[in-house]
Design a protein around this ligand. Structure first.
Ligand code: HEM
Length: 421
C-alpha cells in the first residue's frame, strides 16, 4: 500500500486474486468521511467470503440495509453505560488469573496468551459461560475452528475451488462448526430456562430478552449467529491489538517506563488511553473496512459509479504526515495533545457499521495492560519490533511477540467487584 501511495498517490485501485471487481483505496479523511457518512452503501463481497463459514447469514457483520439497522439497534445497548462496569470486572479477573500463570524467568509468545485472555472474556462476558465444564467444551472447539478459518491456505483453496467449480474445501470446517453449534444451542436453551434471566448481565441473556421494533425476539439460530459474530469480531482482534501494543511498548523503553509508573501510581489513565490510541494507529489490526457504493461518490478528480468497491486503507490514513507529524514514530504523547479524530483515526471503521465493540475492546486493552504492567517486568526476545503477517482479515505480529518475564509480583490488589454467577 505504501508503494502504491508513493507511485500513484492518494487514491488507487487494487485487484485481489479471485475477485471480479477492483477495490478502490482511499486515505484522505475527507474522502473517508464522504464514504462512511452515506448510510445506503452495502458491503463488498470479501467480508462474506472470509466470515460466512463461521458466523452464518444473520450475522450483524454481514446483513445489510434495514435488517442491519434493526439488529444494530437491538445489539447496541449491552455495549454501553453501566453494563461496561460488569464487563470490566470480568476483564480484570481474567487478566489477573492469566498473569498468575507467568513464571518469573520463563519465556513465551504473548500473542497466544492474549488470545487465551480475550477468548475467556468473550466466553464469560458475552456467552455468560462461567461453568468450567461448559467452558472447556467451547474453548477447544472454538479455538480450533478459529485457527482453521484463519488459515491462508484454506482461503486460497476456497477461492480456487469457486473459480474452478471444484468440491467444497470447507466441508471439514463445517463438521467442527456443527459440533460447536450443538454446545451453543444447549447453552442458549439453558439460558432461556434460567429463572434469573432478567437479572443476568451477560450479553447473551440480554439478547434473549431483547425485542425488535415489531415485538419479535431472536430465534435460537440467530442468537447463535450473533454469538459467533461477537466471538469472531471481538476475540482475535483485541488479542492482536494487545500483542502489538506490548510489542511497541517493549521496544520503546521510555514510553514503557512512563506508562508503568502511571499504572503503578494508580493515577489517571490519560497516558494509558494515549498508548492504546497510538498502538491502534500505528498497527491497525484490520487493514480494510470497505463498502460497495449504492450511489456514486466523488473523490478528488474522480467520480466513482454505484457498484464500485471502495475502502479506506486504514494504515495509509493513519500514517499521513498532514495529520500525524513523524507518522511512523510510536509517540503516544501526540494523543495527549490532540484526541483521535473521527475520520483520521479509523481502526474501528466508521459510520453506521463502525465496530460495535470499540468501547469494549479499548476497555479490555486498558484492563489487560494494567494487570500486566502493574505486576510484571517483561523484556522482548527480539531487538526489533515484529514484522507483520496476515491472519484471515487481521494483521498480526509474525512471531507472536516473544518475551521473557524478568519479574512478577503476587496479585496485590484486584479491584474486582463481586460478580453474579
Ligand atoms: C481492537 C479490537 C477491535 C478492532 C480493531 C475492531 C475493528 C473492527 C472493524 C474495522 C470493523 C468494521 C467496521 C466498518 O465496516 O466500518 C468492526 C466491526 C464490528 N466489530 Fe469490531 N473490532 C475490535 C473489537 C471488537 C469487539 C471486542 C467486539 C465485540 C465483542 C466487536 C464487534 C464488532 C461487530 C459486531 C462489528 C460489526 C458492526 C456492524 O457491521 O454493524 N469488535 N470491528
Amino acid at each position: 500500500m505504501n508503494v502504491c501511495r508513493k507511485r500513484v498517490g492518494d487514491i488507487f485501485s487494487v485487484r485481489f486474486i479471485g475477485f471480479e471487481r477492483p477495490m478502490v483505496m482511499i486515505s484522505d479523511p475527507d474522502a473517508v468521511r464522504e464514504l462512511y457518512s452515506e448510510r445506503a452503501h452495502g458491503l463488498p463481497p470479501g467480508r462474506s467470503l472470509a466470515l460466512l463459514p463461521v458466523v452464518g447469514p444473520d450475522s450483524l457483520l454481514l446483513v445489510e440495509g434495514e435488517g442491519h439497522l434493526a439488529r444494530r439497534r437491538l445489539m447496541s445497548p449491552p455495549f454501553h453505560g453501566e453494563r461496561m462496569r460488569w464487563n470490566e470486572s470480568i476483564m480484570r479477573e481474567v487478566a489477573e488469573a492469566e498473569v498468575d500463570t507467568w513464571a518469573p524467568h520463563s519465556t513465551m509468545a504473548l500473542h497466544p496468551r492474549m488470545q487465551a485472555v480475550t477468548l475467556e472474556v468473550i466466553l464469560q462476558a458475552v456467552f455468560g459461560v462461567r461453568d468450567i465444564e461448559r467452558g472447556d467444551q467451547l474453548r477447544n472447539g472454538l479455538r480450533q475452528m478459529l485457527d482453521d478459518n484463519a488459515s491462508p491456505a484454506l482461503q486460497l483453496q476456497v477461492l480456487l475451488s469457486r473459480r474452478l467449480q471444484r468440491g467444497d474445501p470447507l466441508a471439514e470446517l463445517q463438521e467442527l462448526r456443527h459440533a460447536v453449534d450443538r454446545v451453543l444451542f444447549d447453552v442458549i436453551a439453558e439460558r432461556r430456562r434460567d429463572p434469573e434471566l432478567d437479572e443476568r448481565e451477560d450479553i447473551l441473556s440480554m439478547l434473549i430478552g431483547a425485542r425488535m421494533e415489531d415485538g419479535s425476539a431472536m430465534s435460537d439460530q440467530e442468537l447463535r449467529d450473533q454469538l459467533m459474530t461477537l466471538l469472531l469480531a471481538g476475540h482475535e482482534t483485541t488479542a492482536t491489538a494487545l500483542a502489538w501494543t506490548f510489542d511497541l511498548l517493549l521496544h520503546h523503553p521510555s514510553q514503557l517506563a512512563r506508562l508503568t509508573a502511571e499504572i503503578r501510581a494508580d493515577g489517571d489513565e490519560d497516558y494509558l488511553r494515549a498508548v492504546v490510541s497510538e498502538a491502534l494507529r500505528l498497527r491497525p489490526v484490520i487493514p480494510l473496512a470497505g463498502r460497495r457504493l449504492k450511489v456514486e461518490m466523488s473523490v478528488g478528480k474522480y467520480t466513482l459509479p454505484a457498484g464500485t468497491d471502495v475502502t479506506p486503507a486504514i494504515w495509509l490514513t493513519h500514517t499521513r504526515p498532514d495529520i500525524y507529524p513523524d507518522p511512523f514514530a510510536f509517540r503516544p504523547e501526540r494523543f495527549l495533545e490532540n484526541a483521535p479524530t473521527t475520520y483520521g483515526w479509523i481502526p474501528f471503521g466508521g459510520g453506521i457499521r463502525r465496530c460495535l465493540g470499540a468501547a469494549f475492546a479499548e476497555l479490555e486493552m486498558r484492563a489487560v495492560i494494567k494487570s500486566v504492567l502493574s505486576r510484571c517486568t517483561l523484556e522482548p526476545l527480539h531487538g526489533r519490533p515484529e514484522p507483520v503477517a496476515r491472519r484471515n482479515v487481521t494483521l498480526t505480529p509474525r512471531h507472536g511477540t516473544r518475551v521473557r518475564v524478568l519479574a512478577r509480583s503476587a496479585a496485590h490488589h484486584v479491584a474486582v467487584e463481586p460478580v453474579a454467577a
